[in-house]
Design a protein around this ligand. Sequence first.
Ligand code: NAI
Length: 345
Amino acid sequence: MINVAFFDTKDYDKLSFLKYGERHDMQFRFIETKLNEDTAELARGADAVCVFVNDTVNAAVIDKLYEYGVKLIALRSAGYNNVDLSAAYGKIHVVHVPAYSPYAVAEHAMALLLTSVRRIHKAYNRTREFNFSLNGLTGFDLHGKTAGVIGTGKIGRIFIDICRGFGMNVVAYDRFPAKDSGIHYVSLDELFEQSDIISLHCPLTDETHHMIDAAAIDRMKKGVVIINTSRGALIDAEALLEGIKARKVGAACLDVYEEEADIFFEDHSGHILNDDLLSRLISMPNVIVTSHQAFLTEEALNNIAETTVNNISSYFTNDGICDNELCYRCDSIEHCKKDRKERCF
Ligand code: NAI
C-alpha cells in the first residue's frame, strides 16, 4: 500500500483522485491545509506527498520531508516554480503532470477576453436587476486586432489557434521559438508595441519574473488588454495598477496574482481582505479576476488525477523510473526525458 499525504485538498480533488487511486494500491490522506514548514509534520508516515501550485516546497520543507522518509513529491500541476528542485536533488524525487488540458487554460483566457471586451460581467449583473440599459457597455471587435502571445508552448499555441478563428492577427514571442510552426515571431519589445491584446503563456522563471513591469507597459499601445492565465509574478501588479490608473492599460484579465497563495481557492467573503493591491485591482471596472480557475474543467481534473496516480504508481513499482520526473541536472524536461533510461539519481 502506497501512502500519500495529499495537501491543500479541495472537494473536487477527492472525487477524481479516489476514482483513479482505487485502481492502484494507493491510500490518500486528504489534508486541507497547504504544505509549508509548519505543516510538513503532517506528512510523517507517508511514502509520497501530493501538492498543488500554492504549496511551499522550499529547501526547509524538503529537508523535513526527507527526514520523515518521504520519497516522492508528486505535483498535481504542470508548473513547478514552487518546488526547489536543486534542494530536492539527491534526496526526494519530484514528478509533475506535464499536460492535462491545455484547451482548458487557453479557452479560459479567451473567455476572460470576451467577457472583458464585451462587458458581459456588467451586463449579467444589470439584467439580474432588470436594468436593460446599454449605456457604458460598448465593446470592440476582436476581428482584425493584433494578439501578442508570450510563450508558444502547448497552451500558447492553442490560444493562437483560437485567436486566428476570430480573425485576429497574431504575433508571438518565445525564448525558444518553434521552427516551422507558421507562428510570426517578433522581439518582446515589438510585441509590446504592436499588440492590442497581450496574453501570457510562459513559465515563471528568474528571467520572466515581472516581465510585464512599468517599462514594458510604457511600450504598449494605449488601451492594451493584458491577460494572465500563467503565473501571477509574471506581472508587477503595482505597475499594472498604475498603468490602469493612467488609462494606458485598457483592461486586465487575471486568473493568477503574485500574492495569491493565501487568498485564492478559499472563500474570504465576509472577511476583510488584507491585500490592498488586489482589492484595488478588483475594484477597477476594467479588471476581471478569477481565482486560478483556468485549469478547472472535468477533462483536466480527470487527466490530472490519472497522470498523478500513474506517476506515483510507476515510481514505486517501476524501479523509480517515471517519464514525468523533473530533474535538476537537466536543462529542460524534454532533454531529461530523452536521455533518461534510469532514475534521475
Ligand atoms: P509549455 O512548457 O508547453 O510552454 C511554455 C512556453 O514558454 C515554451 O514554448 C517555452 O519555450 C516558453 N518560454 C520559456 N521561457 C520563456 C521566456 N523567458 N520567455 C518567453 N517564453 C518562454 O507550458 P504550457 O503547458 O503551455 O503552460 C504555460 C504556463 O501556463 C505554465 O508554465 C503555467 O505557469 C501556466 N498554467 C496555468 C494554469 C492555470 O490554471 N491558470 C494551468 C496550467 C498551466
